[in-house]
Design a protein around this ligand. Structure first.
Ligand SMILES: *[C@@H]1O[C@H](CO)[C@@H](O)[C@H](O)[C@H]1NC(C)=O
Ligand SMILES: *[C@@H]1O[C@H](CO)[C@@H](O)[C@H](O)[C@H]1NC(C)=O
Ligand SMILES: *[C@@H]1O[C@H](CO)[C@@H](O)[C@H](O)[C@H]1NC(C)=O
Length: 514
C-alpha cells in the first residue's frame, strides 16, 4: 500500500466518521426537543429514557434553586426510565405508546400513589397518603410516561387567599418568571409552566378552575390547553369545584400538548358522571390528527376587542397582535372583528356573576370529601386546615397572606338558595354571553389576549388554548388565547397549531433580572 493511498484512506475515514458522528449519538440535543423528536431519537438509538431523565434532573438541580418550578423530584424516576429503556429494547407493545419513556411533571395538587407527596403546596398535607393515583396519573402510567416529580403552584391553587402572590406556596417558595425574574409567573399552575419553559421537564400537567392553565402558559410563553370540564378526570385532584375544575397539558408546543391530551382524556370510574358526559367529545383517532399546517383555512374567528385588546398603554403589544390578526387572515381564517360578549363586565367580576358565591360552597364540600378519603392525613376537614394554618402561622405566612377564602368557605352551608340563584345567574350569563356570541356570529372560536377571558370559560365549562404570541416592552411574554364551545378542542388545536407554525413566536427564556 503506497503512503499516498494510506493518507487518502485516512482522510476518507475521517470525513465519513465525522459525518457519521454528526448524524448519530452526539448530535441529538435534548433541550427544546418535542415528543416527536424524542421518540425518533429513541427509535434510532440516539437517546435513552435514562439519559433524558438524567438531563432533566441536572436542569432541575441547576435552575430550580432560583426558579422554584419543582416541589419534589420522584426518587423512582430513574428506575422508571430504566424500565422504559428495557421495554423499548425488548420491543414490548407498550413501548409504542406515544408517551412511553417521556418524563412528565404534574402539578402538586394531582395525586400520585408513590413516594411523592401531594400537598397543593401546603405543609398541612405533608405526609398525607392518597388512596390511589389520580385518574389522569393512572392514564399517564398506562401510557408509559415517567412521573418526574411535582410542579410547584400557587398554594391551594390560589384558593386560600387572594392576598397570596401568584406562584407562591409555603412548601415551594416563590416561583419565578424565567423571562423577567422579578415578574410574577402567574398561577396557579405556575411550576408546570416555569418548568417546561426552562427545560426542567419534557411536558407537564396543570389544572384550571378559572385561569390557572391559561394564565401561566401566557406569562411563560408556553402552550396550555384548558380542556372542556369532564374531558379529563378530576378524581384524585385536590379540588376547588367539580363544576369548574379541569386538568390539562402545559407544554412547549401545541403538538406536545395534543399528545399529552390524547393520553389523559376519557372515562374514569372515579369521576364517572362528568367523564362519561364528556366522552362524546373525544374524536376517534385522537387529537394529533388536527395538527395541520393549514388548520386556519376557512376558520371563522371572532375578535373580542372590547375590552380585551385595549393595549393603549402598550404599543408594542398592540402592534404584535395586529400583525397576528394579519397572519391569521393570510393563513385563510375569516376574522369577525369587534364581536361582543353580553354582560361581560358582570362575568369578569366573580362577585357579580355569582362565581365566588358558588365556589366557596363547592370548595367546602369538595375539600372535606377529599380530606376524608385520604388513607392517612394530619388534617381531615376544612376546620382542621384553618386550625393548622393558625398553629403554623409563620410557616404558612398566615399573618402576611391570610386565609380569607378558607374562612369564608367554612361559613357556607351547602348549595342553598343563594348558591342556586348564583348558579342560575351564571347559566344565564353563559347562554346570553359566550354561547350567543359564538352562535350568532357563527364562529369556530373567539380570540383574546393572555387569559383575560378565563372567567367566561370557567363558568361555562368551555375549553381554551393559549399559544405564545407576543412580548411586552419589558420582555414579558403574552399569549394568544383561542376559545370555543364544549368539545371544540379539535378546532382549537387546528387553529393553535397553524398559528404557532405560522408565527413561531416562542422565544427561549431570557432570565432578565427585572
Ligand atoms: C414527602 O414528604 C416527606 C415528609 O413527610 C419527606 O420525608 C419525603 O422526602 C417527601 N417525598 C419526596 C419524594 O420528596
Ligand atoms: C383602554 O384603557 C385605558 C387605560 O389603559 C382606558 O383609559 C380606556 O378607557 C380604555 N378604552 C376602552 C375602549 O376600554
Ligand atoms: C345583561 O345585561 C342586560 C342589559 O344590560 C340586563 O337586562 C340583563 O339582566 C343582564 N343579564 C344578566 C344575566 O345579568
Amino acid at each position: 500500500m503506497s503512503r499516498q493511498f494510506l493518507l487518502v484512506l485516512l482522510a476518507v475515514v475521517a470525513v465519513v466518521s465525522g459525518w457519521w458522528n454528526s448524524y448519530s449519538c452526539d448530535a441529538f440535543r435534548i433541550e427544546e426537543a418535542t415528543i416527536d423528536e424524542l421518540r425518533a431519537a429513541f427509535k434510532h438509538k440516539q437517546l435513552s429514557s435514562r439519559q433524558l431523565v438524567e438531563f432533566y434532573l441536572e436542569e432541575i438541580q441547576k435552575s430550580n434553586p432560583v426558579l422554584k418550578g419543582v416541589i419534589e423530584v420522584n426518587p423512582d424516576a430513574l428506575a422508571q426510565a430504566d424500565r422504559a429503556d428495557y421495554e423499548r429494547k425488548a420491543n414490548k407493545p407498550c413501548s409504542n405508546s406515544r408517551l412511553h419513556g417521556i418524563p412528565i411533571l404534574v402539578k402538586d395538587n394531582i395525586g400520585t400513589k408513590d413516594k411523592l407527596n401531594t400537598t397543593a403546596g401546603s405543609f398541612a398535607l405533608l405526609g398525607s397518603v392518597v388512596p390511589r393515583d389520580a385518574g389522569v396519573v393512572m392514564k399517564l402510567r398506562k401510557a408509559g410516561a415517567i412521573i418526574l416529580g411535582k410542579a410547584s403552584l400557587s398554594e391551594w391553587s390560589s384558593f386560600r387567599s387572594v392576598n397570596a402572590p401568584s406562584g407562591w406556596s409555603a412548601r415551594g417558595g416563590q416561583g419565578k418568571n424565567p423571562y423577567v425574574l422579578s415578574a410574577q409567573p402567574c398561577g396557579s399552575s405556575s411550576g408546570s409552566a416555569i418548568s417546561v419553559a426552562t427545560n426542567m421537564a419534557a411536558v407537564s400537567l396543570g389544572t384550571e378552575t378559572d385561569g390557572s392553565i391559561l394564565c401561566p402558559s401566557s406569562f411563560n410563553a408556553v402552550v396550555g390547553i384548558k380542556p372542556t370540564v369532564g374531558l379529563t378526570s378530576r378524581a384524585g385532584v385536590i379540588p376547588i369545584s367539580p363544576r369548574q375544575d379541569t386538568v390539562g397539558p402545559i407544554c412547549r408546543t401545541v403538538s406536545d400538548a395534543a399528545h399529552v391530551l390524547d393520553a389523559i382524556v376519557g372515562f374514569d370510574y372515579n369521576d364517572a358522571e362528568a367523564t362519561r358526559a364528556a366522552e362524546k367529545f373525544i374524536p376517534a383517532g385522537g387529537y394529533t390528527q388536527f395538527l395541520k399546517l393549514d388548520g386556519l383555512k376557512g376558520k371563522r374567528i371572532g375578535i373580542v376587542r372590547n375590552p380585551f385588546f385595549n393595549f393603549s398603554s402598550s404599543p408594542v403589544l398592540a402592534k404584535s397582535f395586529e400583525s397576528h390578526f394579519q397572519t391569521l387572515r393570510e393563513q385563510g381564517a375569516v376574522l369577525i372583528d369587534n364581536v361582543e360578549i353580553a354582560n361581560l363586565s358582570t362575568i369578569l367580576d366573580p362577585n357579580s356573576s355569582g362565581e365566588s358565591t358558588v365556589l366557596l360552597a363547592e370548595f367546602k364540600i369538595a375539600i372535606n370529601a377529599y380530606l376524608q378519603a385520604l388513607l392517612h392525613s394530619p388534617v381531615r376537614s376544612l376546620p382542621d386546615l384553618i386550625a393548622f394554618n393558625n398553629k403554623h402561622s409563620d410557616l404558612e405566612k398566615i399573618k402576611e397572606f391570610g386565609q380569607r377564602a378558607f374562612l369564608f368557605a367554612e361559613q357556607t352551608n351547602g348549595i342553598g338558595d343563594a348558591e342556586r340563584k348564583a348558579l342560575k345567574n351564571m347559566m344565564r350569563l353563559t347562554e346570553e354571553g359566550f354561547v350567543k356570541t359564538v352562535m350568532e356570529n357563527k364562529v369556530d372560536a373567539l380570540v383574546t389576549p393572555s387569559s383575560f377571558v378565563s372567567s367566561v370559560l370557567a363558568i361555562g365549562g368551555f375549553p381554551g388554548i393559549s399559544v405564545p404570541a407576543a412580548y411586552n416592552s419589558d420582555g414579558l411574554p403574552v399569549g394568544i388565547c383561542f376559545s370555543g364551545l364544549k368539545g371544540s378542542e379539535p378546532t382549537l388545536i387546528e387553529i393553535g397549531y397553524a398559528f404557532e407554525q405560522a408565527t413561531k413566536a416562542r422565544k427561549l427564556p431570557t432570565f432578565l433580572p427585572s
